[in-house]
Write a protein that binds this ligand. Structure first.
Ligand SMILES: [Zn+2]
Length: 442
């Protein structure tokens, strides 16, 4: 138990956010949470960023917007460096960054010692302690003067983050009702993936069913085009049943969705090989048939989606076929999952790089793209599942739950859950709980 707690700093952050939810949340906490709850990779980058903040934040910062023709030497000119110092800076920078990549319009930040008597140059100038620049929309490079040398760091640009809620009643399709409640299609897709094994979206939704969602949205201040969403908690009421999902990280960055009892909602497979928001509106907008078209008696399910729509491997496995297949399948992928299951994807437009015969794939990994190769009248994915060589209906077959919250963690889960529940059940309409701006230190 100690190990679980000890190694779960990020998980505890999530827990803290949940504890703080009813009260105003400071931007730093929300930011930390978002960064914590963020993709598991980049952990190193986040750690480094924190250290970096601590060391450079106290310094005076000078911003320079790069102009055409700027050179490293010219940029360092104003700081009255000795020839030796300048050489050291230029060398350290060149080691990790080609000055040819100085892009006009991007910003470079210089950090100067703040106290008056600093500056070994003896002429009253504040001395250069560090500099950072934007490599691209995602990454920042930083150099900092150390005891003996100049240290280099690379880290992700900070996000702005907010926690939002939305609720609504289904009057037509989940897609349309969700959109009216202001939910981004990405959130709807996540809901379909989260509840896909407990709710049959093909047949279970009725007018009058309801949903409530608590979610996070994050984006980079300067690059509005990149947005990331994550459902933190959700309730779906279908008929007399109410389904709940809570996002919970047992360990650093390893989050999953759990029901009221702390049982995982996830299974070994995704229910749908195509993201809900990518499925053709003709079907996603159709009353009570929000997802797809099932033609019988043909064995398989057709997901109508635009050419080029990503196709996801429904589970971990090994590619046993990737190529043209006769019999009308066209470009075709077959994946063997363990000894028992097999999934097949047909009419593809193309294959994802590195997805060839023998390749290992992970659940959710993009393996190819929707198309209309083979015998096909309109762009769609033809999808089949087999269990012990017998066809099973991909929309109806069941699998055991993957996971549950272990007893030592249950108490923490319960507390977190109760607080989120309070927030969730009081949700009416759509609103921002705590619009927050990341504290930009640069
Ligand atoms: Zn088909």
């Amino acid at each position: 138990m100690m190990i679980l707690y000890g190694t779960s700093g990020l998980f505890l952050l999530l827990f803290q956010l949940i504890v703080w939810l009813p009260a105003p949340i400071t931007s730093l906490n929300a930011t930390s949470l978002i960064q914590a709850a963020n993709n598991g990779d980049g952990k190193e980058a986040r750690r480094i960023e924190k250290e970096d903040r601590a060391s450079l934040q106290a310094l005076e910062r000078v911003t320079h917007r790069i102009r055409p023709g700027d050179t490293l030497g010219a940029l360092l000119e104003p700081f009255a460096l000795s020839g030796e110092e300048k050489l050291l800076w230029v060398r350290s920078i060149r080691q990790h960054f080609s000055p040819k990549r100085l892009r006009p319009g991007r910003e470079i930040y210089f950090y100067l010692s703040a106290n008056e008597d600093a500056g070994t140059n003896g002429n009253g100038h504040k001395s250069l302690q560090g500099l950072s620049l934007e490599l691209d929309d995602d990454w920042i490079l930083a150099w900092e003067l150390g005891e003996r040398e100049i240290n280099f760091r690379k880290y992700e640009r900070p996000y702005e983050a907010e926690i939002l809620t939305a609720s609504g009643t289904i009057t037509d399709s989940l897609y349309q009702s969700g959109e009216r409640a202001g939910l981004h299609p990405e959130i709807l897709s996540q809901l379909v993936d989260i509840f896909g094994w407990d709710v049959n979206f093909q047949s279970d939704l009725r007018a009058g069913d309801s949903f409530r969602v608590l979610y996070e949205r994050k984006h980079r201040a300067e690059g509005k085009k990149k947005e990331f969403f994550r459902v933190l908690a959700a309730e779906l009421g279908t008929g007399n049943e109410r389904h709940f999902a809570f996002y919970f990280e047992k360990e650093d960055g390893e989050g999953d969705y759990y029901n009221l009892q702390g049982k995982s909602l996830a299974r070994a497979f995704l229910r749908y090989p195509v993201q809900f928001n990518r499925i053709s509106s003709t079907f996603s907008h159709r009353r009570y048939h929000p997802i797809l078209k099932v033609r019988r008696p043909h064995l398989g399910v057709d997901f109508v989606a635009a050419r080029g729509t990503p196709v996801r491997a429904v589970g971990d496995g090994r590619v046993t076929y990737a190529g043209w297949k006769s019999g009308g399948y066209g470009r075709f992928i077959e994946i063997q999952h363990g000894a028992t299951y097999k999934s097949r994807y047909a009419h593809l437009n193309g294959y994802a790089p590195s997805v060839g015969r023998g390749a290992r794939v992970k659940k959710g990994q993009v393996i190819g793209y929707v198309g209309c190769s083979g015998r096909c009248t309109g762009s769609h994915l033809h999808f089949e599942m087999y269990k012990n060589h017998r066809y099973v209906n991909p929309l109806k077959f069941q699998l055991p739950r993957e996971d549950r919250i272990e007893p030592p963690l249950l108490e923490v889960f319960e507390t977190a859950k109760q607080l989120v529940m309070t927030q969730l059940v009081s949700t009416t309409g759509s609103k921002a709980l705590q619009p927050s701006k990341a504290d930009h230190w640069r």
